[in-house]
Design a protein around this ligand. Structure first.
Ligand code: C5P
Length: 291
């Protein structure tokens, strides 16, 4: 067992190369087919075991009470597996409500950090179960890298790593609540304005990832774009602006509002960032491999 002492864990953001929403399930969630990708942008969590459970965050807009997924993850590890209480500091760099999985990644980082300190160490299956209780994206963040996912996002198959691909992230002020994005999609489909989702299958995704996913961009769609763009047309405009800078692929990430573009070369990405300067908040990042 690791001796108690303060330590730091990184929580990487994700993008979705593809997000296909296949239908509503009896439990109210949607069946989906997605390709998750970790990226270099990250939050940092500092754990101080042996102190009473608490959370502090350098971003005052983030709640630090029991509604925060970090607190819920820590509480689950303490109650179920005998993890030590700890003081947690969260350095927030991933925008909240941006479709980059920040809260989910922080939660998974907490599970990973506390697992080795538990009196009754949880198995990987135990961790995956707790992760899914915390949120649909949390299981992915236990392993990160590039992964094909179905179900709510918890049935994961690691794909060949797509690490080091240069990215531009546009971070608009608009915020999208995930349930709202799904609701808008559902309404659009029920009223016949939006097409039903179609799966492409693991084989095509595996094959594409063997080389570069950027060679099969026709597959890499996001079904939540149309309903979210209809509500927030500025996001559609930003995607068009990003496309004028010549990315190999550009889409909204997850339920938005982040718009992401991938470039084949770093200098192309840097020129795009230069061209976008002064408009929306734009940052560079890279895809990352498994932690
Ligand atoms: O699981 P998570 O808390 O991230 O989900 C937030 C919301 O997004 C859910 O309450 C649901 O409205 C929607 N959702 C969904 N189907 C999924 C994932 C999320 O309907 N597979």
């Amino acid at each position: 067992m690791q001796s108690p002492g303060s330590f730091e864990v990184l929580a990487h953001a994700k993008i979705n190369w593809m997000l296909r929403i296949l239908g509503k399930r009896p439990d109210g969630f949607h069946e989906l087919e997605t390709i998750f990708q970790s990226i270099s942008l990250h939050d940092t969590l500092r754990f101080h075991p042996g102190e009473p459970l608490s959370l502090a965050c350098d971003d005052a807009t983030i709640p630090t009470d029991d509604s925060n997924l970090v607190m819920r993850a820590a509480r689950a590890m303490i109650d179920r597996f005998g993890a030590p209480e700890c003081r947690i500091e969260l350095e927030k760099r991933i925008p909240a409500g941006g479709g980059l999985g920040g809260g989910s990644s922080d939660a998974a980082a907490t599970l990973r950090a506390l697992a080795p300190l538990c009196k009754t160490p949880p198995s990987q299956d135990d961790l995956a179960r707790v992760a899914l209780e915390l949120g649909s994206d949390v299981p992915f963040f236990l392993s990160e890298g590039t992964a094909y996912a179905t179900g709510r996002g918890e049935r994961l198959v690691a794909l060949q790593s797509q690490a080091g691909i240069p990215l531009v992230l546009l971070l608009p002020d608009e915020r999208v609540m995930t349930p709202e994005a799904y609701r808008l999609l559902r309404r659009g489909r029920d009223e016949g304005r939006l097409p039903e989702g179609e799966a492409v299958g693991l084989d095509r995704c595996t094959l594409a990832a063997r080389g570069s996913l950027l060679d099969d961009v026709a597959m890499l769609v996001n079904d939540l774009e149309a309903p979210v763009f209809a509500k927030l047309p500025r996001l559609a405009q930003l995607l068009e602006v990003l496309r004028t800078t010549g990315p190999a692929w550009a889409r909204m990430s997850g339920s938005g509002s982040t718009i992401v573009g991938a470039f084949r070369e770093r200098d192309e990405r840097d020129r795009a960032l230069e061209a976008l300067r002064g408009g929306v908040d734009a940052i560079g990042a890279e895809t990352a491999s498994r932690s």
